[in-house]
Design a protein around this ligand. Structure first.
Ligand SMILES: [Zn+2]
Ligand SMILES: [Zn+2]
Length: 205
């Protein structure tokens, strides 16, 4: 795979699912230094590690070298600047789903005086343990533990436990849009919150 912008031969990412998730997480967090050390730890040589880090776009669709944000498919060349981008597919637990979940949350309905006026200002698509997003881990644990911003100003750090019901587990396995598994029933049935422990539970269908 050749990058037309820097004229370098770009190495393929031949890693098992769990390692690929960790690599994608570090790129997504914008932690290039950690990304390079992770790659070295996985046995990639220095030159390739730097090339990988430089061509792994942090956000799917967005070129790592210019403003173009409509990249399609993996291992693709940016039509705008010619740069190679790995453009790794995000899987079912992605920013789009997290945004959708954020907008679906409502704490006023829960009947808890303490959380009246609470709102959510972001659910992270990058859980602290990226390996927990592997297909096998999801089927086994049936949950995703990530971070969310919640509170009166929507800015307190909460641990969010997203439990996957039968439909969500099936959708996850088949790479389908998890947003279809956000319940439209009464919020009390699928959202709970503990403001003291800074924890929120969400139960998908
Ligand atoms: Zn390049
Ligand atoms: Zn570009």
């Amino acid at each position: 795979m050749l990058c037309k912008k820097c004229a370098d031969e770009i190495p393929e990412l031949n890693f098992p699912e769990e390692q690929l998730l960790e690599i994608r997480g570090l790129a997504g967090y914008g932690l290039k230094v950690f990304l390079v050390s992770k790659l070295l730890e996985l046995g990639v040589n220095q030159r390739d590690a730097k090339l990988i880090a430089a061509h792994l776009n942090p956000k799917a669709g967005e070129c790592s070298s210019c403003d173009f944000d409509e990249l399609e498919g993996e291992n693709t060349t940016c039509p705008e600047c010619g740069a190679f981008n790995y453009n790794l597919s995000e899987g079912p637990f992605n920013q789009e789903f997290c945004d959708c979940l954020e907008y679906s949350l409502d704490f006023d309905d829960l009947g808890i005086e303490e959380v009246k006026g609470f709102w959510c200002d972001g659910v992270s698509a990058f859980p602290p343990d990226m390996k927990s997003l592997s297909k096998a881990a999801i089927q086994q644990n049936q949950q995703i533990i990530t971070e969310a911003r919640v509170g009166k100003g929507g800015q307190d750090r909460y641990r969010m436990i997203i439990q996957l019901g039968p439909k969500a587990l099936d959708y996850y396995k088949r790479d389908l849009d998890l947003a279809a598994c956000i319940p439209d029933s009464d919020h009390r049935y699928w959202i709970s919150i503990d403001p003291e422990q800074h924890e929120v539970w969400v139960k998908l269908d």
